[in-house]
Design a protein around this ligand. Structure first.
Ligand SMILES: Cc1cc2nc3c(=O)[nH]c(=O)nc-3n(C[C@H](O)[C@H](O)[C@H](O)COP(=O)(O)OP(=O)(O)OC[C@H]3O[C@@H](n4cnc5c(N)ncnc54)[C@H](O)[C@@H]3O)c2cc1C
Length: 480
C-alpha cells in the first residue's frame, strides 16, 4: 500500500509517496523561486526529515525514526557521502570494535537491529578491571552493579550491517550513497525548510535537517555554532591480539600508563581487541615495528612495574587500613591481566584522538547527533554510546512534538532534546577528559590523589553503582 507524504509547505512543488521499498517523487510543473535557496533547481526533492551522514549514529537514527509509531509516516532521506557499506561475514575479527552499554543495546533491540548482531557474534563483558601503572590503585566492576552484563563488544562493520539490514525493511526511508553534502542553507525564519545541495548537484529540502556527519560536520558548520575542541596529541592504536593462554574471556582490562591507557576487550577465549592510546610519536613507531616487537611492547605496557613512590605507598597503606577498619573493600578481588602472545597480521591501525563539543545541538529546523555534536577520548568507551543516547532522546522529542501538533523542527522540542543530552553528555565528556589529564601526571601528589580516589570509589558500592548507571545512560528511555 502506498503511503503519501505531505507536500512541503515552502516549495509546494513536490509530492512524494511511498510503496513498498520505493519512494516516488512527483514534480509539480511549477518553478521554485526562492531567494534564500537560490541554488536550488526545480528538480529538488522534498522530505520531512533529512539525515546527513550514514555512519552508525545516522543510520540508527534513520531506522529509529521509521520504527517509531508516531513518526513512521514521515518521509526520511539519509545522505551518506561514502559508498554503500558491504559486509562479508568472516572468521577474522575486524580491528574496529565498540563496547556498547545496556542503553545502546536496548535501542538496537527496539529497532530490530540487535537480532542481526546476535545472528553473527558479539561478546558480553561481565567484569571490568581498571588500574594505575604508577600505584597499586584499581577499581573493578562486575555484573552485580547492573543486574546484567556491563557491556557488549561488537565489531563496527557488523553493527553497521545490522542496522543497514533493518533499515532496508523501512519503507519511509530513502538512502542515497555517494551523496556528499556540499552546501546547506538553513531556515532564516522558523517554519522555513532547510536546503541541502550535494557535490554532484543533487538537491533536497526538508522541514528538519539532522547532522550525523561526524567530527567535521558540514551541518554544524552551517549552523555557525561555537565548537570547543582540542587534540590530545595522542593516537588510539587498535588491533586484534592473541592471548598467551586460552581463558574464559569475559573481562575488559584497562591500565593507565603515563603515556595513555591500554585496554583489552574480550572477543573469544583466545582473542582480544586492543585499544592503546599513546603519544602520536610513540603510536607511529608502534605501527611501524615488527609484530614480535609490537607484542613485546604491548606486554610491557600491560605488565611493566613502575618505580613506586614512598609517599604514594604510605598514603595508600593508610587508606587500606581505614578501609579495613570500616570493613570496606580493599582491592582483594584483583585479577591478573592476560599476557599477549601475538598480534593478528595486518590488524594494527591508529586513529587521532581529540575532544570536541558543540555549544548548541539545535537551532530551529536543525539538530546535531553523535560525533557531529561531541567527540570524546575513547578511554571510557563512550563515543558511540553518547551518540546512540542522542538518537533515543531526539526520536522521543520529535514524536512528542508531532503528537502535540507542533511542526518537526519546532525549537521548543529541539531545545528539550539539547538540554537533556547536554546534561548527560557534558559531565561524561569532562570526566573522560579529566581522567586523561589526571593519569598523564607522574608527580607523587597527583598519583596519590588519583590513587586514593580510585581506591575509595572501588570501596564505596553506591558510588560505583552510580558511575555504572551514568555510563549506561540509564536516565533515558527507549524510543518506541
Ligand atoms: C580507537 C577508537 C575506539 C573507540 N571505541 C569506542 C567504544 O568502545 N565505544 C563507543 O561507544 N565509542 C567508541 N569510539 C567512538 C565511536 O567510534 C564514534 O563515536 C562513533 O563511531 C561516531 O559515529 P558517528 O556516526 O557519529 O560518526 P562517523 O562514524 O564519523 O560517521 C559520520 C558519517 O558521515 C558521513 N559524512 C561526513 N561528511 C559528510 C558529508 N559532507 N556528506 C554526507 N556524508 C558525510 C561519513 O562518510 C560517515 O559515514 C571509539 C573511537 C575510536 C577512535
Amino acid at each position: 500500500m502506498a503511503v503519501f507524504s505531505e507536500a512541503m509547505s515552502s516549495s509546494r512543488c513536490v509530492f512524494t509517496y511511498f510503496s513498498r521499498n520505493y519512494k516516488h517523487t512527483v514534480l509539480h510543473p511549477c518553478t521554485i523561486v526562492r531567494n534564500a535557496h537560490s541554488a536550488i533547481s526545480d528538480n529538488c526533492e522534498n522530505y520531512d526529515i533529512i539525515v546527513t551522514g550514514g555512519g552508525l549514529v545516522g543510520t540508527t537514527l534513520a531506522c529509529a525514526l521509521a520504527n517509531n509509531k508516531t513518526l513512521e509516516s514521515k518521509s526520511v532521506l539519509l545522505l551518506e557521502g561514502g559508498n554503500k557499506h558491504k559486509y562479508e561475514p568472516s572468521e577474522r575479527y575486524s580491528n574496529r570494535v565498540v563496547a556498547l552499554n545496556q542503553q545502546s543495546r536496548t535501542l538496537l533491540s527496539s529497532i530490530g537491529a540487535w537480532r542481526h548482531v546476535e545472528e553473527v557474534r558479539y561478546t558480553p563483558v561481565r567484569k571490568m578491571q581498571v588500574w594505575d601503572a604508577c600505584s597499586d590503585a584499581m577499581i573493578t566492576f562486575n555484573e552485580d552493579y547492573l543486574n546484567n552484563e556491563i557491556a557488549y563488544i561488537v565489531e563496527n562493520d557488523l553493527l553497521l550491517h545490522a542496522v543497514d539490514k533493518q533499515l532496508s525493511e523501512k519503507d519511509s526511508v530513502k538512502v542515497v550513497y555517494n551523496a556528499k553534502v556540499e552546501n546547506i542553507s538553513l531556515p532564516e525564519t522558523p517554519g522555513e525548510n532547510s536546503a541541502v545541495i550535494l557535490q554532484n548537484g543533487g538537491n533536497f529540502e526538508s522541514k528538519l535537517l539532522i547532522g550525523a556527519d561526524g567530527i567535521n560536520s558540514r551541518v554544524r558548520q552551517a549552523m555557525g555554532v561555537q565548537h570547543v575542541k582540542w587534540n590530545y596529541d595522542q593516537m588510539g592504536i587498535v588491533g586484534t591480539v592473541e592471548l598467551s593462554e586460552p581463558t574464559e574471556n569475559i573481562v575488559a582490562w584497562q591500565r593507565f600508563l603515563p603515556t595513555g591507557p591500554v585496554a583489552l576487550l574480550p572477543l573469544t577465549d583466545t582473542l582480544s581487541s586492543l585499544v592503546w592510546s599513546t603519544t602520536t610519536v610513540e603510536a607511529k613507531k608502534l605501527l611501524k615495528m615488527s609484530d614480535e616487537d609490537f607484542v613485546d611492547r604491548l606486554n610491557d605496557a600491560l605488565w611493566k612495574v613502575y618505580p613506586k613512590d614512598g609517599f604514594v605507598e604510605s598514603g595508600m597503606k593508610a587508606l587500606q587500613q581505614i578501609l579495613e577498619t570500616l570493613s570496606l573493600q580493599t582491592g582483594v578481588s584483583r585479577q591478573l591481566q592476560p599476557s599477549i602472545s601475538g598480534v593478528v597480521e595486518n590488524s594494527r591501525a591508529a586513529f587521532p584522538l581529540g575532544f570536541g563539543h558543540s555549544v548548541y545541538y539545535a537551532k530551529p529546523g536543525v539538530a546535531l547527533v553523535g560525533d557531529a555534536a561531541h567527540r570524546v577520548h575513547p578511554l571510557g568507551g563512550q563515543g558511540l554510546n553518547l551518540g546512540l543516547g542522542d538518537v533515543t532522546v531526539l526520536v522521543k522529542m520529535l514524536a512528542e512534538s508531532v503528537r502535540n501538533g507542533a511542526t518537526l523542527g519546532d525549537m521548543s522540542y529541539l531545545k528539550k532534546y539539547e538540554t537533556s543530552r547536554q546534561r548527560h553528555n557534558v559531565p561524561t565528556m569532562l570526566a573522560m577528559d579529566a581522567l586523561h589529564r589526571l593519569y598523564k601526571g607522574t608527580a607523587a601528589p597527583i598519583v596519590l590523589a588519583r590513587s586514593l580516589g580510585l581506591q575509595l570509589t572501588n570501596a564505596i558500592s553506591p558510588l560505583k553503582r552510580a558511575m555504572v548507571h551514568h555510563a549506561s545512560d540509564d536516565d533515558n528511555n527507549i524510543c518506541q
